[in-house]
Structure formats: C-alpha cells, structure tokens
Design a binder for this molecule. Sequence first.
Ligand SMILES: [Zn+2]
Length: 219
Amino acid sequence: MTNQFPQDWNKAVVFVAHPDDVEWGMAPAVSHWTRGGKTIEYVLATSGEAGIEGMSPEECGPLREQEQQRAAAHVGVEVVDFLGFPDSRLRNDETLRDAVAKEIDARRPDVVITCYTGPNYTEEIPNQSDHIEFGNAVHDAVASAEHNPRWVFENGPGSTHCVDVEAEDVQRAVASLAEHKVYLEVLNPDKPAFEQATELVEDLATTDDGLLRVGFILK
Ligand SMILES: [Zn+2]
C-alpha cells in the first residue's frame, strides 16, 4: 500500500506556509533524516504574523520566527528562512512562484517537500487556503526552475510513501512543536504547550497498528 520514502539523497528543502506547519506532521521524519546525516532546510512563505489572536503582526511575526528557529534546532535543522509573504493572504501568483523557483535554483535540493494541497485533512478539518496556494505555487515553481529536484512530496493524508521513525524522533518532534509555546497556549490556554505537543505529535506519528511512521504524498 505505502512505499518506503527514497533514501538515496543528501538534501531536502521543506517549503511551508507558516511557522509550525512542519511541526504538525513531518518533524519526526526530519529528525530521522538529520540523525542519518542528511541536510534539511526550511523555507517559510510567511512569518505567521496573523496567527496569534490578540497580537499585532509587528509583535507576532518576529516572535513566531524565533519560535520556528528554536523548533527547527530540536530536529537538527540549522537553516530556516522566511520569504516575507503576507500571512493568510497567500496567492499562487507569479511573484510567489518566482521567489520559490529562485530558492530551488540557489539551494539545489534532491527532494522538495511542501504543504498538502488537498481540500481537507479529515472530514472535520478543512485545509487552509495558504497551504493550498503555497503548495501549488511550489509545484509550479519546480516545473519552471532550472534545477530539477528528483522528487517532490506533500505531507498530508492519503500518503503514497512513508518514513519509519524511532521513539527518539517522536520525542525530538514533541520538543520541536512545544517551542511554539505562545502560539499553542493562546490556541488552548487550559493546557501547557509541552502537553499539547506531546498529544498531537504522538497521535500524528502513530499508525493504527502502533507503528511510528510519517506519511508523504509523491507528486
Ligand atoms: Zn499553516
């Protein structure tokens, strides 16, 4: 049903829309890869400046960038860059596609991973417009870039490929998501960020058969 994610590569660039997008899902795989000596870089379209209710974008953007940098460090990622596009208002237009294509040509990854572009995560949880617009912009940018990555994946439901991870990777991913402390504790003030992160990451990384696994969709 699901194939093993390719292993014969050195560098992946993860293109996501917002701070915390990597941590909601694929961070255990990132930990697994960096422990195995692979290089992973994060490129974020926005700084997530519209993401915390009651906080001005001027205050929120820098705070979320710092949370993202610390989150990345837990799973062995040193390079985190922000493209500065407007949070909640991403459009798959020429400016966005060109910016992504430039990053692909400069970074020359073997693997590109981006946001899920399907309409819904589950029956109850619809996808967000920013994820769909940015994921599609990344696919278009791959097609127009001079450098050709060998594989392009999305991270979301309906996976075609999987990465089997270890408990250590899940723990590092929990620490990674928990760095989005202010964000998580505004979202749910009744539960400390680390507790929220533990539940979310363990739930996402555990299959119905009890395996620790992260799924990706080959595009
Ligand atoms: Zn997001």
